[in-house]
Design a protein around this ligand. Structure first.
Ligand code: NAP
Length: 259
């Protein structure tokens, strides 16, 4: 039976078999309420910035699966509100806050995932599928930012670009051992990130949505987590090292069309 481990399974897009979360009791409660009792769902506790915690989770995963792991999905992420509505110049008016937010973002989303990949790699090498996926964003796509002047979410885009590069570097090293490393954007998904936005903040966001509609006239707004998970899994299952997908950064369509 294939095994999946997904980080950030406590809310949002996370939805799977071995869930790595920070709040184990709350997630177990939610899983029981929403999915009833399922023997194939295991919740493990770890913060991805805690290397020893990841090592312990890896050891527990090996016990659950019998040694290997087929799919590792790096979904956990710190999604900042600090940069969600303003351009990078406006953020620069609060230099200390900018520095703190970017440093924290980098620690969780780049460094945390590098540790995650390194710690779980021995299990992946023993697995059948050998696929490692990172959830990224089209906002880090360098042909999109200048063409549509997407001003907001700059720190988010910067650290996802760092993550995409880390994924490509892991691919460079491990593709020869048959491991597929890939970054996939799930599209824009409704997971409650903008629910507390003030009218002024919504005006900042409107610029991004306008750029999105220009980029993709068919775009009608965020998709549901269920649809996004289905799309990302479909791209992951179709992709392979043999087809040249290793190290790539694609959308939920498996292409360079991000919306
Ligand atoms: N939603 C979108 O439109 C969209 C678009 C493009 C890409 N993405 C990416 O898709 C992924 C999921 O997005 P989402 O909207 O579901 O995000 P979300 O609702 O903010 O959920 C983030 C998840 O990451 C976990 N997390 C945060 N920091 C962590 C840490 N240090 N260690 C372990 N877990 C940590 C959170 O756990 P806690 O509950 O413990 O905080 C939560 O489960 C993210 O990587 C995001 O960047 C989302």
């Amino acid at each position: 039976m294939p095994s999946y481990l997904i980080t950030g399974a406590s809310r949002g897009l996370g939805n799977t078999v071995i869930g790595l979360v920070r709040d184990k009791p709350a997630t177990e409660k939610k899983v029981t309420e929403e999915l009833e009792f399922r023997l194939n769902i295991h919740i493990l506790r770890a913060d991805i910035t805690d290397y020893e915690g990841l090592q312990a989770a890896s050891a527990q995963t090996a016990i659950i699966t019998g040694g290997g792991l087929d799919y590792l999905i790096a979904n956990a992420g710190y999604v900042s509100k600090f940069d969600a509505y303003d351009g990078i110049g406006a953020l620069g008016e609060q230099p200390k806050a900018l520095e703190e937010d970017l440093t924290h973002c980098f620690r969780v989303n780049v460094l945390g995932n590098i540790h995650l990949f390194n710690v779980f790699l021995p299990l992946i090498l023993q697995g059948e599928a050998k696929k490692v996926i990172a959830l990224s964003t089209g906002l880090a796509n360098l042909s999109l930012i200048p063409k549509y002047n997407v001003e907001v979410a700059s720190l988010y885009a910067i650290r996802k670009a760092g993550l995409n590069t880390a994924v490509a570097k892991f691919s460079a090293q491990y593709a020869k051992q048959g491991v597929l490393f890939m970054s996939i954007c799930p599209g824009m998904v409704e997971t409650g990130h903008f629910t507390d936005a003030t009218p002024e903040q919504m005006r900042g966001l409107a610029g991004m949505l306008k750029a999105f509609r220009e980029y993709a006239p068919h775009f009608r707004g965020p998709s549901s987590p269920k649809a996004a998970v289905r799309d990302v899994l479909s791209v992951m299952h179709r992709a392979s090292v043999q087809n040249g997908d290793g190290g790539t950064f694609v959308s939920h369509y498996g292409t360079q069309q991000f919306l």
